[in-house]
Design a protein around this ligand. Sequence first.
Ligand code: HEM
Length: 435
Amino acid sequence: MAHLKGHIGYPIIGDKSVEFYKDPIEFVNKRVNEFDEKIFQSRVLNTPTVFIASAEGVRQLLYEKSHNFEMGYRAFMYNLYGDNLLFSGHDEAHRIRSVLHHLFSGESVQQWDSLLEKLMNRNFDRLDSGCALPMYKVFKRFCTELSISIFLDVDIESSLELVQETTDLATTHWHGIISVPFSLKVPYWSSGFKKAIEAKNSLFEIICKRLVQTVDGDFLQQIKSAGFKDMTEAAHHVLLFISALVPKAMASLLTSFTILMAEKDYITHCEKACRDEQYLQYVLLEVQRLWPPFLGGRRLASQDCEIGGFKIPKGYAAAYITYSAQRDPKIFPDPDEFRPERWRTCNAGNENYLSCFGGGPRDCVGSSLMNRMLKTVCKYLLNHYSWLVPNGQDLTHKWLPVSRPKQQVMVVYELKSDLEQSSEFTEVDDPDIHS
Ligand code: HEM
């Protein structure tokens, strides 16, 4: 087994968290270049940590070696969320995942189709105002409305006050989450953290009230009868779903879709994606590959194990870096290029090398729901509008806690004529696509 390059350093003084959180991609790239290895060690969050930035290494961690690891979020997120799947060990996770599976897979995800349609019309019917629009902001408002409507069974138009209150609380809660890793002196006493805990408690109260009021057919009614241990466990999961993580991640992907489609070959990509649902699927895989909303994930080794030829000792953390692994040239030729066709040709069947929604036994339980919704929103935008991202804008990304362009990216939309709009997607036999 090869020796891990890099240093785990001494506790506290050898910690590299500040450097990592300042620019995580720069942190990883610098070491990958220096060591000429995509798997290396360092000390972050004051824990010896093995960084895994190769596609094959991440796949091994998430799939065949997953039983050697526990999830690595409890230490800095548990206080802000309470008991939920994200912090559970293997057996508990198996139980909770089977409860959630019924709610978010197969035909269940179709129950929100008409809600999605209504909210798209509400948020996107006037994008062609003639002015450039800050798209991440527009998408975030839409995604926040969507997640509150789905997970709290709230009708946005008749409950504006509750929507605003929930959004404000989720924002304060979020500020607590982002403050934690930035300080090694975990700021449990800071006013920001205290406010975040208060916001969490208020959100929890709102959820419990909604769970009592719920009526037959509602999503919360389904949650109540899904098989959770008790109502507290059910409510803690609703808290995870309505927190700002989900809308921010969805808005991040929609923003990346908008920007990537507006880059070179705009007309070709848009026309193909408009005509061929399979091509749109490839586009969305490519959006996830190039700009995953979450930089990666964290695990703790519960026993010694080997990944990519390197030993990871028990007690070490393993940080998988989705962004780097999804641009690993060993699997993805021309890794920085937006090439949807790769999913039909050289990368056909390589979806397991993507970790935008995690992978293996602890993959994202909301991924079917998200994929269906992202596809529907992208279809809507492609079908109704053409768009332009005016030149000269700063498109550099920030990474934590959710990736997105550092500056608001302004986008100009133009409504397509009735002739250009097609109400149905068709599978076409385009030689350019299928050859
Ligand atoms: C675009 C939106 C989303 C993205 C990018 C995303 C991404 C992820 C990723 C990367 C993981 C794996 C974390 C890891 O390996 O450490 C994960 C786990 C999880 N996701 Fe999502 N997610 C999204 C939306 C959702 C939604 C809508 C739900 C709820 C319906 C959800 C529920 C969960 C849960 C409960 C887990 C933990 C699974 C476990 O520990 O076994 N996610 N998500």
